[in-house]
Structure formats: structure tokens, C-alpha cells
Design a protein around this ligand. Sequence first.
Ligand code: SF4
Length: 293
Amino acid sequence: MLSLGAGVQSTALYLLACEGRIGRFDAAIFADTGWETRATQTHLARLKAVGGDIPIHDVSQGNIRSDALDPDRDFVSMPVFYITDEGQSGMGQRQCTNKYKLRPIKREVRRLLGYPHPARIPAHVYADVAVGFSKDEIGRVGGSGRRYLNNVHPLLDLDGSADGGQGWTRKDCERYLRSQGWTEVSKSACVGCPLHGPAQWRTLRDNDPGGWADAIAFDKAIRHARPGRPGRQQFLHRSLLPLDEAPIDRVSRREWQDRQVDLLDVIADEAAESGDLDGCGPWMCRSGQAVSR
Ligand code: SF4
């Protein structure tokens, strides 16, 4: 099976398997958070259209956007930025990757193995699940935390890297995708993910006005929506400004400093400009932090 995040690396794995250049997958599993970008939805539709005989299973644990705004549910599990009335600021807990990506994938793997939750899976039964880590991400490779789910990493075994060594980098995957006519594979992430870098916010604003308006509306809706914590405001942008006022266009350091934005945030945004944060993969939070399993 393939854990299909619908970004560069997992798309490369899917197409390589369709071509027979790596072992075939019985299925590819995409976990839909319910708030995927239009670019990701278009990309998935195209993959399904050309995907040959490897079925893509869409799975879901609900809609991250509506769940976050539902007063009867836990408040946003997204890592939103906050500031308290006392001036203390930070980033909220991130539970969304586990809840909306990993959980539905594990549920689907169990179902495909023939042991849907809560059936006990015999010790000898497990699935190999390919995860699209490239060798430039080798520090993030890890196990699944489940005996019935054995993570494998086919990109690390491939020859033909431009750097001459074994295993493909993200750039090798991009080169391969271009050769197959996939010139624009976006980084998959929720429309209003607080971990977007400025380039991704601009892409949303400039290419998907509906998505941008939706993210702005969500940002406004979460501002004071923390039951039991009235003295706290939440924001999607790390500047702690409303999204439609946040600094997402390229500006000089001097301008940032004039706006009194913290230097660490400036550096983070500059890093995001030169290589925007990775998309949201089930096994690797785009924050770079470990995903709790
Ligand atoms: S894209 Fe962002 S908000 Fe969506 S699941 Fe991943 S980390 Fe959470």
C-alpha cells in the first residue's frame, strides 16, 4: 500500500509504481482533512484519471474546518497562534496530523487487511506501507508505531539520483515528475494551515480567491473561540494579525523591523520564502516536529 500525501514524493512513488519501476501497490490511501486546497483536489482527480490499476482510496476523519468551529467539539486541534490578555504569545498544540491524517489511514489499512477496528490482528498479519520520504528527509524516517503497519521507504532504494548516490532527493522526484508531464505538483496542506509560509499564503490569495476568503473567514471565526479561556485570541498567521492584514508579501528586513515583527519570525519567513515548508504528510508534520502516533 502507499500512503499518498499527494505531494511531490508520494506522487512520484505512485507514478513509479504505475510504470512498474518499483513494486506495485494494492492501493494508495489519501487522508482528506475536508479542507484540502483546490490545487490538491485537482491534482488528486488527475492522478485518479491516469492512475491505471492502482486504486486511490479517499479516507476521512471528518472536516477539520467545521470541527474546529463546532462548539460541541474540542477546540481547534490545528497549531494556531495565540496571544493572551497578559501579552503571552505562542503556538497551540498540533493534534491535527494525527487525527485527520494518521488515524484514518490506520483505520483503512486495518480494513484492507480484513481486521477492521476493533478486531484483533494476528501477530503475523501486517501491511507494508510505502511512505514518500526522500533522502534529504532521512532524519524524519521512523516507524509507524503499529505492529500491523510496516513503513517502507522505496525512494531511499532507488538509483539514478543526480548526486550519484543511492536514493532519490526531492529534486530527483521533481525531475521525474516533469519528465512525466507533471510540471506543477503543489504541496498538499489544509487551506488555512497556520504553518503556511508567506509564499503559500500568496499562492492561495492570488490563485484561489474562494479559498483565500474562506481562510480569512475562518481566521476571524477562531479569534475568541476558546471556551474556558476568554482572555486569549487566536490567529492563523504568526504575526498575530488578521489574515487579510498579515504581512505575506515580500518585504525587506528593515520593513519587518519597522513593523516590530520579532526577528525570529522574520528569519522563519525568509526561510519559508526560499523553500516553503513542506506539505502536510501523514508521517511528517510540515512543522518538522514528530507526529505523535
Ligand atoms: S495541513 Fe496544517 S492544519 Fe492541516 S492537518 Fe496538516 S498541520 Fe494540520
